[in-house]
Design a protein around this ligand. Structure first.
Ligand SMILES: Nc1nc2c(c(=O)[nH]1)N[C@H]1C(S)=C(S)[C@@H](COP(=O)(O)O)O[C@H]1N2
Ligand SMILES: [Mo]
Length: 213
């Protein structure tokens, strides 16, 4: 079932790319701003008080757990994978939203194809170089706009925003997107991440104000 979902996501992305040439993304903000959110033009920084310095030659992304082909990708190996660009909105649970963030990187679905999760895999646990973690249902990671991003607005992601690489899951509150990402683990059973253990919602849907558990 998730196989079909990830193919659907690839197709949706292709169609969106086609559409982007002709359709400007100018929906009225009231249709784009989830309930209880305020639009910001800046880009606040939220972290655990640590912005780890990771030299690119030492950077690794480890993908493991319930998969046929675990992988540990160097910066070079990661960039040998097909890269995409996607523009999405960003919603922080602390009530600010930022529209039209232009991220580029590797689609989650590409990493999914690379490691080939086993049929029992239903959850994803992300870990980071600063000790952060977060958990997401696998189904939610297979949308076409979910990326492991290495670029923001045409340049490298600034360290304070999670570079060298961060996860972007636009349809969920932003705490579900691990900055400074270092690991992606596929699991059969759910495992709560840093904020999920501390009372944030397990699902984190901005449109239903699904903020706290
Ligand atoms: N590694 C790591 N990822 C993280 C966090 C963090 O503290 N550490 N904070 C999360 C939260 S609560 C939000 S709102 C976004 C903030 O991203 P920004 O600092 O680029 O705005 O990153 C998320 N990912
Ligand atoms: Mo947040």
């Amino acid at each position: 079932m998730s196989k079909e979902r990830h193919l659907q996501a690839k197709q949706a992305w292709a169609e969106k790319q086609k559409a982007r040439g002709v359709v400007a993304r100018t929906e009225a903000s009231r249709d784009r701003l989830p309930p209880g959110q305020k639009l910001t033009s800046g880009f606040p920084v939220l972290d655990l008080g640590v912005q780890p310095e990771i030299p690119l030659p030492e950077w690794r992304l480890k993908i493991d757990g319930l998969v046929e082909k675990p992988a540990t990708l160097s910066w070079e190996a990661f960039h040998a994978l097909p890269q995409v660009e996607d523009v999405s909105d960003f919603h922080c649970v602390t009530t600010w939203s930022k529209f039209d963030c232009r991220w580029a990187g590797v689609p989650f679905t590409t990493l999914y194809e690379l490691v080939q999760p086993k049929p029992g895999a239903r959850f994803v646990y992300f870990t980071s170089f600063d000790g952060y973690s977060t958990n997401v249902a696998l189904e939610k990671c297979l949308d076409d706009d979910v990326l492991v991003a290495t670029r923001f607005e045409g340049g490298p992601i600034p360290k304070e925003h999670g570079g060298p690489a961060r996860v972007i899951i636009p349809k969920l509150y932003a705490w579900k997107g691990a900055k400074f990402v270092s690991g992606i683990t596929f699991l059969a059973e759910d495992k709560l991440g840093f904020w999920e253990v501390r009372g944030y919602s397990n699902t984190g849907d901005p449109w239903t104000e699904d903020r706290y558990a």
